[in-house]
Design a protein around this ligand. Structure first.
Ligand SMILES: [Zn+2]
Length: 315
């Protein structure tokens, strides 16, 4: 039986706070896009895994986070105010909206402050998970699923120690990534992700975590190449996603798509997602295909026992 999974990297300004400049247009539109995305998912009754930056579960903070062992300056852009004044840095109301939606979404984690887990110390990684779990528990949520910021997988043992059950791994490399076809595609700005749909097989890693790898980033094909191609043919990302959904339904396996709310800035971005969700919902109605959250995929592969917690460092 096949499954479609949709995961959403929900970060608002935190996705860019370590860059020299914030992309103001994307950040400014992100709250509205978040709510519009929830509406669209409700329209097709598609549940998603919302990997939310932990800081966004707060409605206010002191802006200092003195207990956090991140390098000097990491929280410099944190305004230390509240959601009403600085809505790009706090998102308690947006998390309410996820929980209030009709579709049965999962709230997962994207770490506490968007640290690249593949490029940080174990101490910082532990603090990121400790804070993420603490703010989730204050809302009565648990952290079952994690998406690594910028897909840099790291410190998986720390995730396991904090009771996480699954994460989104990177898209498996494909034959065309290493061939002249892949090289030519890259040369013309055509992402190799759209050469052929990738079905993935969730697997248990050495720490007991389930890896639910990515298949397709829905905004891998942007800018001028997208505009040129769209004039002559269907959006190649839509074609690829539809074929991935069809393959999951006919062959089994998991087709795992992902995006950020801030990818949705133009009408054509919503059109892309609407076409994909419409197709997935139609195939679900006509076949055995399921649309599941990462947590549901993991739960089906593990027993019902809650995972043991062995927190690292002070709580
Ligand atoms: Zn803060």
């Amino acid at each position: 039986m096949g499954s479609v999974v949709l995961s959403i990297d929900a970060e608002l300004a935190w996705g860019f706070h370590d860059f020299d400049r914030l992309p103001h247009a994307r950040v400014a539109a992100a709250r509205e896009s978040w709510l519009d995305l929830l509406d669209l998912l409700d329209e097709f009754d598609v549940p998603a895994t919302w990997a939310v930056v932990g800081h966004l579960l707060l409605d206010s903070c002191d802006g200092v986070h003195a207990d956090h062992p991140t390098p000097e300056g990491w929280f410099d852009r944190d305004p230390g105010t509240d959601e009403r004044r600085d809505g790009a840095w706090y998102g308690a109301k947006l998390v309410d909206a996820i929980e209030d939606a009709d579709a049965d979404h999962e709230v997962g984690s994207h770490t506490f402050s968007h640290v690249e887990m593949g490029h940080t110390s174990r101490e910082v990684a532990a603090a990121e998970m400790r804070e993420a779990v603490a703010v989730a528990e204050q809302r009565g949520l648990s952290v079952d699923s994690v998406v690594f910021p910028r897909n840099y997988v790291g410190h998986r043992d720390v995730l396991a120690a904090y009771g996480v059950s699954c994460y989104r791994g990177t898209r498996p490399r494909q034959w065309y990534d290493r061939t002249p076809l892949g090289a030519a595609a890259k040369l013309f700005g055509w992402p190799t992700e759209t050469v052929s749909p990738v079905l993935v097989t969730p697997e248990t890693d050495e720490y007991g975590l389930i890896n639910v790898p990515a298949s397709l980033y829905l905004f891998c094909f942007e800018g001028r190449p997208r505009s040129v191609v769209e004039r002559v043919t269907e959006d190649p990302v839509v074609s690829m996603a539809k074929r991935g959904v069809d393959r999951a339904a006919s062959e089994g396996g998991v087709f795992h798509m992902w995006l950020h709310p801030n990818n949705l800035t133009d009408e054509r971005d919503f059109d892309r997602l609407r076409a994909i969700l419409d197709h997935a919902a139609t195939v679900r109605a006509e076949t055995d295909l399921e649309i599941e959250t990462m947590g549901q995929i993991a739960a089906a592969m593990t027993d019902d026992e809650p995972r043991p917690r062995e927190p690292i460092g002070p709580r």
